[in-house]
Design a protein around this ligand. Structure first.
Ligand code: NDP
Ligand SMILES: O=C(O)C1=N[C@H](C(=O)O)C[C@H](O)C1
Length: 258
């Protein structure tokens, strides 16, 4: 029986931090060693971040872009532990800082740790490759709870990247992230995003391929947050001991890049 993997949980008092603690505690492959929150946030079994980093093999982090970047820098500065990042809403410069840290430590980062959602990205890429975005209008819809602060969701952007890979285009060149006012007819080739916020929706995503006379819709709905936690655990078990680099769930799940 291998030694359990030593895990720390960042953002321990957040929605995903609490879900992670519950799911990690129930998994015999893991030893939940430390939980930390904002600097100076003690009580409820919390420790300071740098104390936690000294004790564990992998940190699982669902916090904010700024907190994840600081954490990645801190892990890289001490040569480990490895990191599983679930936070979303990063700017280009924040992503560059994470890529820099990944030159020193192994980091898995994904906008969704759901297995089903990651399978959906493969299907979406395949459909986009077959249908293209010239004769078919491709639109991504997402819905989340009222507390979500970033838009479009990390998952919607992942789906957008899958569409772009399938169509052989750069998402940055064709993404239409908002529409308002007298916007004129829809240009061919756009990849559109639409966002709904409200209530307690855990996460719903769909990709519509809208062609002349027919619509294909591929969709996913999250029932609760436990599958994100299970996916993050799969990523933690996979990334421990890996060489430095930035990985995603396609690496973890062994989905071949096409
Ligand atoms: N990739 C995936 O599969 C999933 C990703 N997410 C993403 O994960 C992130 C967190 O989501 P959720 O749990 O719902 O959000 P919450 O706001 O509930 O949790 C985030 C927590 O991080 C805390 N935090 C802020 N700064 C720091 C810091 N410097 N150090 C430690 N903790 C800090 C916040 O504290 P405070 O409350 O004091 O502000 C908050 O409690 C979001 O970006 C979300 O989009 C969510 C679900 C799945
Ligand atoms: O903030 C959330 O709740 C979620 N965030 C992730 C995202 O931005 O896609 C994943 C999931 O949809 C829940």
């Amino acid at each position: 029986m291998p030694q359990p993997l030593k895990i720390a949980i960042a953002g321990a008092l957040g929605r995903m931090g609490r879900q992670m603690a519950q799911t990690v505690a129930a998994d015999p492959r893991l030893e939940p060693v430390a939980r930390f929150h904002r600097p100076g946030s003690m009580g409820e079994g919390l420790v300071e971040r740098d104390e936690a980093l000294a004790l564990v093999d992998v940190v699982i982090d669902f916090t904010t872009p700024a907190a994840s970047v600081e954490l990645a820098k801190a892990c890289a500065a001490r040569g480990g532990p490895a990191l599983v990042i679930g936070s979303t809403g990063f700017s280009a410069s924040e992503l560059a800082a994470i890529a820099e840290a990944a030159k020193t430590i192994a980091i898995v980062r994904s906008g969704s740790y759901s297995l089903g959602l990651n399978m959906l990205t493969g299907l979406v890429e395949q459909a986009a490759r077959a249908l293209g975005s010239e004769d078919c209008d491709i639109e991504i819809l997402e819905a989340h709870h009222r507390f979500k602060v970033d838009a479009p969701s990390g998952t919607a952007l992942m789906l957008g990247e899958a569409v772009a890979r399938g169509c052989g285009v750069d998402l940055g060149d064709v993404a239409r992230r908002a529409r308002d006012g007298l916007i004129g007819p829809r240009p061919a080739g756009e990849i559109g995003f639409a966002v709904l916020r409200g209530g307690s929706i855990v996460g719903e995503h769909s990709v519509g391929f809208l062609a002349e006379g027919e619509t294909l819709t591929l969709s996913h709905a999250a029932g609760d947050r436990s599958m994100f936690a299970r996916g993050a655990i799969a990523a933690a078990l996979w990334v421990a001991g890996r060489p430095p680099g930035e990985y995603d769930m396609r690496d973890v799940l062994g989905f071949t890049a096409s």
